[in-house]
Design a protein around this ligand. Sequence first.
Ligand SMILES: [Zn+2]
Length: 421
Amino acid sequence: MNDDRECIRDGFVGINGRDLVEVGPSRDGLSGATELDGCGRVVTPGLINAHTHCAMTLLRGFADDMALEPWLQEKIWPAERGVVEEDVYWGTLLGALEMLLSGTTTFNDQYHFFEAGGRAVLDSGIRACLAGALLGILPGAPERLERAIDFCREWNGAANGRIRTMLGPHALYTTPLPLLKRVRDAAGELGLAVHTHVAETDTEVRDVRALFGATPVRALEQLGLLDVPVVAAHCVKVDDEEIGLLAAHRVGVCHCPTSNMKLASGVAPVTKMLTRGVTVALGTDGACSNNNLDMVEEMRLAALLQKVATGDPTALPACAALALATRGSAEALGLGDEIGQLTPGRRADVVLWDFTRPHLTPTHEVVSHLVYSANGADAHTVIVDGKVVVRNRQAAQLDVDRIRGKCEETGRRLVAGVAGG
Ligand SMILES: [Zn+2]
């Protein structure tokens, strides 16, 4: 995923501390170095999930086959009222575990009880950008926002840079105007990015137009919110002029194909946005609207959805889909100089995929296999910040049974009081 999209056969990757120091043709090991045998494996940059709500793993499968607005208002938000800080810790650990085991080394999160999310990221070894979800409909929203701003100050750069922070207003239609202005000003002052949902559905566009007199991207521009770095999840309902604004303001658009399909939101014009120079990332969205956090599946669906939407089988080829999930996501998160490609000087976030499996045989073209034939379970070894966190498909530092037990119990409690739970 470097600028030349080089694919090195019989290659060698050298890691020193947390950094990649060498990427090139195979050679004998360095003296005193630990060696990982890559025979039969394909080595890629770790995948980057640029939009999720990690602890929503706790509500996975609880409410399906519904439209976005009733799904949120009748099911998800009532269930989330019971969420306490400890739940977010375990739900985030579960999501981090799922992502690490399927080759994702970084995620961009927006959720409640961000300190608990931060602790889970520390304990799991994964890399993350964390934003406190700001919902104007919840009581005490202004105080919550101030706490989120404090969190950003305290946690940005934590764990040797493994944790970054952002501000996370849920969306224009759920955030009152004074809070949006506070978000804009705080982001400008502290040099933070804003992670928000933008132009996800027709209903959202209608509501935003009624509230702000403009469509979502135009409203963001008018509010000055595009003058700070923005990660905009979805951007399904954007017109040509808005695509121009997204490119001009270097907004990182996060495409979430599974979520958009499951909630029948529509098809984001990814091919057109890429042609117009928009930075496009890839994400799973929360586990409630997916219902897994497998970025390999997301790459395949991104490629297939663009083909079916444009009637063009050459739209979003395999290499472009892999680029969305790696360097595209890295650039959208403002981490393009650190992760998203295997280039010396960047952090050692690396996945070894097991290409000895029947569904990946014979290996004619590795990128095609990764996008169209593989799945997350093919991640064999995963390294984050130079540390092996998954070895032979097993989490190296997490107690899987304990996390599963806690999350089973918590999930049952959360849905108990909600209709259908
Ligand atoms: Zn979302």
